[in-house]
Design a protein. Structure first.
Lengths: 167, 101, 477
C-alpha cells in the first residue's frame, strides 16, 4: 500500500515539475509547483520524516509559493508569447552538452546507489520526529542554526532595501 | 516502506535534471526561479532518503537549512525582480535583455 | 557550548555587533551619514585585534568549525579586503548616491560568511558560510536601485548563484548518502578506510561540489556571468565581488581537497587540470579585446582563478603555500585596482574605457602610479609581488610534475602582459583628452599604502609573508 502510494506521489511530483517547466503561463506553473510540493511532502511522510514533511507544507507550499503567486499577480506577468518559442536554443552545442551531462548524472548517481551492498551501521529510532530534529538543531548544529538566522536577517534587510520605494 | 533506495534517488536526480533544464532553457525570470526551487527540492528529497537509509538525523537537519536558504533567496530574488520591474515600467518581465548569455 | 566556543568566534561576533550597530544608527541618524565609515572601520579594526590577539586552534562548536593558523591567515586577508573596500566605498558613495548603513552592514555580514567558510569543518558550515557570503553580495550588486544595469547584474548574479548552489547542495547530498555524515573528519576517515557505501557516489558528489565551487570562483566554462555582473554592479562593490568570494571559496576548496579528498586525487586531477588551462586561456584571450576597464579586470580575474586552480591541483604543502600567497597578493592588488577605477569613473558609468585613462599621469600622478603598480603586479613583472606569487605557484607545480600545465600558464602570463600594459601606456605616453580633474580622496591613502606594501614590498622582501604563509599551509596537513 505505502509502496504504491510512493510511486503515485513520485509520478505526480515529476509530472507537475515537467508542467512547471514546459507551460507558458507562469500562474499555472506556480499552482502546479504547489501541487508538486504537496506530493513531495507526502513522500517525506512515507519516509518517516514527519517534521520535514510538515515544514514542506508550511514553508514551501505555504509561504514560499504564496510569495511567488503574489509576485506573479503583482507584476501581472503575462504568458509567454507563442511566436517567441518556449525555450531558447541559440547555442545548440550548449544544449547537447547539458543533455549529455544530465544523462551522465542520471546514469551514474542512481547506478552508484543501486550497487550499494553494505548496510549502514546503527539505526537510531524515530529520527523524523520534531524532538530528535530539534535536539540536533540546538546542540550539535547550534552554530549553523545561528548562521541560518543571520541569513534570514540579511534577506530581510535586502528585501526592505530593494523593494521599498522610499527609505 | 519497501521502496528501494535507488528508486528514490533516481526520482531525485530526474527532478534535479528537470530543474537544470528549466533554468538553462526558459526565458522567463520567474520560471527560472521556480526551476531553481525544483532543484533544491530534489536535493531535499535525496537528503531525506539518505537520512532514512542511514538512520541518522543529519540529513533532515540539512534539509532544514536548505529550506532557510530557499526562503532567503526567494525573498531577495523577488525583491530584485520587483525593483527591476519598477525601473523597466513594463509588465513583461521577459524583456530583461542580457539576462541570458 | 562553552565560553571557549564563543571565544573562538570572537572576531565574527565583533563584526556582527558592528553591523547591527550600523543598522541601528541608520534608523536613528539623519543624513549626512559621514560617520558610518568610521564605525565600520573601527569594528573591523577591533576584529583584527581579536584575530591576532587570540591565537586559538582546535575544533569548536561540536566540530562545526576548526581554527588554525590557516584560518587566521584567511581572517586577516578578509579583514584587509573589507577595510580597503570601505576606504574606496566612502568617496564613491558620496559621489554617486548617499552613504547608507545597510551598505556597510551587508559587507560586514559577507565578511562573516567568508571567515566562517574558511573555518568550516562540516559541509553544513561550508554551505551556510558560502550563502552568508553570497546573499549580501546579490543585494549589493543591485545597490543602485534606480539603475537598470545594476538591477540586471543583481538578478543575474542571484539566479546563477542559486543555480550553482543547487549543484553544491546535490554534491553534499551524495557525499552524505555515501558516508552518512557531513563532518570533514568522518568523511576523510571513511574515504581513507574505504568505508563509504559507494566510492562512485562519493566521487559524483565531489564532482558536483566542484561545479558549485567553479561557479563561485568563476572558472571557465562557468564564468559567463562574471563580466556582466562585475560591469553592472557599483564599481566599489565590484572590487569586493571579484576578490571576496574567490578568497573564501578557494580557501574552503583548498581545505576540502587537502583535508578530505586528498586520497582521491588520481580520480579528478584531469578535470581540474582541464578547468585550470581552460580558465586561464579563456580569461586572458577574452581580456585582450576588452576596452571597458571593468570588463578587462573581470576577465583578468577569471584568468587568475585559473592560476589559483593550479595551487589546488598540486596538493602538496608547497602548493598550498603558493596558493595562499597568491591569494593574498591577487586579492589586495585586484581590489585596489578596481577601487582606483571607481575613483576615475564619472557619473553614469562614463570614463571606464581605456581611452579615458589617457594622460592620467599628468592629471594625477599618484593614482596613475598606483594603478600602474597594481597592473604590473597582476601581470607578474619582477620585482613586483605578482611575480613572486606566480613563481611560488608554478614552482610547486613543476615539483609535483605538472610541467605542461606550467608551460601553458607561463605562455598565458606572457599574453596577459599586452592587456595589462595598454592602460599603463595610455596613462604615461598619451596626452590627456580633456582637462577633467581626477582627485585622490585622502581617505583612500591607507589602501594605496597597503598596495605598495603588498605589491612592491612583498615583491622585494617576500620573506615577511612567507613565514606566516608556510605555517598557515602547514597547519592544514
Amino acid at each position: 500500500m505505502t509502496t504504491a502510494l510512493f510511486y503515485l506521489f513520485a509520478a505526480l511530483l515529476i509530472g507537475s515539475a515537467l508542467f512547471v517547466v514546459l507551460n507558458r503561463n507562469p500562474m499555472y506553473s506556480v499552482v502546479a509547483l504547489v501541487f508538486g510540493f504537496a506530493n513531495l511532502a507526502g513522500i517525506y511522510f512515507l519516509l518517516e520524516a514527519y517534521f520535514i514533511g510538515a515544514l514542506q507544507v508550511l514553508v514551501y507550499a505555504g509561504a514560499i509559493m504564496v510569495l511567488f503567486l503574489f509576485v506573479v499577480m503583482l507584476l501581472d506577468v503575462k504568458p509567454d508569447k507563442p511566436r517567441r518559442g518556449l525555450v531558447h536554443l541559440d547555442r545548440w552545442w550548449f544544449a547537447i552538452l547539458v543533455v549529455l551531462f544530465l544523462g551522465l548524472l542520471l546514469g551514474i548517481v542512481p547506478g552508484a546507489v543501486r550497487l550499494i551492498t553494505s548496510v549502514p551501521a546503527g539505526h537510531e529510532a524515530d529520527i523524523g520526529n520534531v524532538e530528535r530534529v530539534g535536539q540536533a538543531l540546538f546542540t550539535s548544529y547550534l552554530l549553523p542554526f545561528e548562521v541560518a538566522a543571520l541569513l534570514l536577517t540579511v534577506a530581510l534587510i535586502g528585501t526592505v532595501f530593494l523593494a521599498k520605494r522610499k527609505i | 516502506m519497501v521502496v528501494p533506495l535507488h528508486h528514490i534517488i533516481a526520482i531525485a536526480s530526474l527532478l534535479f535534471s528537470i530543474g537544470v533544464l528549466g533554468v538553462l532553457f526558459r526565458r522567463n525570470a520567474i520560471i527560472v526561479f521556480m526551476s531553481i526551487e525544483i532543484m533544491l527540492n530534489a536535493v531535499n528529497l535525496a537528503f531525506v532518503a539518505f537520512s532514512n537509509y542511514h538512520g541518522n538525523v543529519h540529513g533532515q537537519v540539512f534539509v532544514f537549512f536548505t529550506m532557510t536558504l530557499a526562503a532567503a533567496e526567494v525573498a531577495v530574488g523577488l525583491a530584485i525582480i520587483i525593483s527591476l520591474f519598477r525601473n523597466l515600467q513594463t509588465s513583461d518581465i521577459t524583456e530583461i535583455h542580457n539576462l541570458k548569455n | 557550548m562553552t565560553w571557549l566556543d564563543i571565544n573562538s568566534t570572537l572576531p565574527e561576533l565583533i563584526i556582527l555587533a558592528t553591523a547591527l550597530l550600523l543598522l541601528m544608527l541608520e534608523v536613528l541618524s539623519t543624513p549626512p551619514r559621514n560617520s558610518f565609515i568610521w564605525v565600520a572601520l573601527a569594528g573591523m579594526g577591533l576584529s583584527l585585534a581579536s584575530v591576532l590577539g587570540t591565537p586559538l586552534s582546535g575544533n569548536y562548536y561540536g566540530n562545526m568549525i576548526a581554527l588554525s593558523t590557516f584560518t587566521r591567515f584567511i581572517d586577516v586577508i578578509t579583514i584587509a579586503l573589507v577595510m580597503c573596500t570601505f576606504l574606496f566605498s566612502a568617496p564613491y558613495l558620496r559621489r554617486t548616491l548617499e552613504e547608507r548603513g545597510e551598505y556597510y552592514a551587508l559587507i560586514l555580514f559577507a565578511a562573516v560568511g567568508m571567515m566562517l567558510m574558511a573555518k568550516a569543518h562540516d559541509l553544513t558550515m561550508t554551505f551556510l558560510g558560502l550563502e552568508l557570503l553570497s546573499v549580501p553580495l546579490y543585494i549589493l550588486a543591485g545597490f543602485y536601485r534606480n539603475r537598470i544595469s545594476s538591477n540586471e547584474a543583481s538578478i543575474k548574479y542571484l539566479l546563477l548563484g542559486a543555480f550553482s548552489t543547487g549543484f553544491f547542495l546535490f554534491g553534499i547530498a551524495l557525499i552524505y548518502g555515501s558516508i552518512g555524515s557531513t563532518n570533514y573528519d568522518i568523511i576523510q576517515q571513511a574515504i581513507v578506510n574505504g568505508q563509504e557505501l559507494s566510492r562512485g557516489l562519493t566521487l559524483a558528489g565531489f564532482a558536483l561540489l566542484l561545479i558549485g565551487f567553479a561557479f563561485k570562483v568563476a572558472l571557465a566554462p562557468f564564468h559567463m556571468y562574471a563580466p556582466d555582473v562585475y560591469q553592472g554592479a557599483p564599481t566599489a562593490i565590484t572590487a569586493f565581488l571579484s576578490t571576496g568570494p574567490k578568497v573564501a571559496a578557494f580557501a574552503a576548496l583548498l581545505k576540502l581537497v587537502i583535508v578530505v579528498f586528498a586520497v582521491t586525487t588520481r580520480h579528478w586531477w584531469g578535470v581540474m587540470w582541464l578547468l585550470s588551462v581552460l580558465t586561464m586561456t579563456v580569461g586572458n584571450v577574452t581580456a585582450l579585446v576588452q576596452d571597458n576597464l571593468k570588463r578587462m579586470l573581470a576577465f583578468s580575474g577569471v584568468a587568475h582563478a585559473g592560476y589559483l586552480a593550479i595551487g589546488i591541483l598540486v596538493g602538496t604543502s608547497d602548493g598550498a603555500f603558493g596558493l595562499l600567497f597568491y591569494l593574498a597578493i591577487y586579492s589586495v592588488t585586484t581590489l585596489v585596482a578596481f577601487g582606483l577605477v571607481a575613483l576615475v569613473e564619472r557619473e553614469q558609468e562614463d570614463g571606464l574605457e581605456v581611452s579615458s585613462y589617457r594622460g592620467l599621469a599628468q592629471k594625477n600622478p599618484f593614482i596613475a602610479a598606483a594603478f600602474a603598480l597594481a597592473l604590473l603586479s597582476l601581470a607578474g613583472f619582477p620585482p613586483t609581488a605578482g611575480f613572486t606569487a606566480k613563481f611560488f605557484v608554478f614552482n610547486s607545480a613543476v615539483e609535483a610534475g605538472y610541467i605542461w600545465l606550467v608551460i601553458i600558464a607561463v605562455i598565458n602570463s606572457l599574453i596577459s602582459v599586452y592587456y595589462y600594459l595598454r592602460p599603463v601606456v595610455a596613462m604615461y605616453m598619451r596626452e590627456p583628452e580633456d582637462d577633467r580633474r581626477v582627485t585622490l580622496p585622502p581617505i583612500t591613502v591607507p589602501a594605496l599604502v597597503l598596495l605598495v606594501l603588498v605589491a612592491l614590498g612583498l615583491g622585494i622582501m617576500p620573506f615577511t609573508l612567507v613565514q606566516s604563509g608556510v605555517s598557515a599551509a602547514a597547519s592544514l596537513f
